[in-house]
Design a protein around this ligand. Sequence first.
Ligand SMILES: [Fe+2]
Length: 328
Amino acid sequence: MNQRKNYVFSPPNVFDKLRSRAVYWNNYANNKLIPTLQDKQIDALKAIQENGFVVFENYLSGDQLERVQNEFHQALEEMKFSMPCLAQTRIDPERHSALIKNHMLGSISDLEKQGVTFNASEATSYNQVIRDFKPSTLTLPMLQYSGSYRRIWTDPFLLGIVARYLGMVPKLVEAYVRRNFPVPYKSMNHFWHRDLNNRFHLLKMFVFLSDCTLETGPHEYIKGSHRNFQEFNNQRYFEDAEVDSLYPEGDSRRALSVVKAGTVVIEDTRGVHRANLPTTGFRDLGFAVFMPLRPFYPHQNYKFPEDAYQSLSDFQKAFIPDSCVAAQ
Ligand SMILES: [Fe+2]
């Protein structure tokens, strides 16, 4: 694999644990806000500890799913997705060969400079965007627009599991919904890897808004790899052959997220995983990233309306960084 940066993974030692306590003291101080867990939450917690993830099938009710799907479709029609955005039609295999080799790695402004993006002034409708630019991913900040999304992303049942697993009340640092399309070029997340948003404290939540099949790019995870660093040589990125030799295709320890719309998955993505390439259609998937932030960390990956924030419980409020709370 080209240009990949490797990184040595290991469990935290005593010094790391003390350092976390000192740096993220505010997240630990909020432990007093965590409600007592119900039996179902304890079962989920054990599943994450054991396997690295838990799957809640049909977590969203039929009505709830229909509402969030409708709101997402409307937001797509209203072109509320982030732009500039990568346009597959603007990638030239020769001129952008270095970028392709580097698996599209780069900030959006880097990509803009290379001329492979489209911006809001060029977008006239959803259908025109799809036709003219063939985006690989459209990202929408749905929590900003919709109470239905905020209710799922701040669901006390799910947040209780997240907090107990991490042993602190982390922050919801990223929250968005993506529509993914088939792509001709692989990006880094299509290779086996471990996430490094935070080295020791990280959980992600996935909310499936459409059915995820083998064709629409299921997520794949090696069970137990979130606490097994040595077997994978403490590294971050892996060749397919390395993983295949330990866990051959079809091995029951390779978990594929072939799931129905309405499913919610909570996962420790420090474990070894990859996104499979979609070959047809699209996949609509909501993302939440939980990890601690230092006090006063100037972080704003999304906007959470202030009136909606005020209606949350103290436990829910503790997840939303102050810098994300915005007057509407
Ligand atoms: Fe990842």
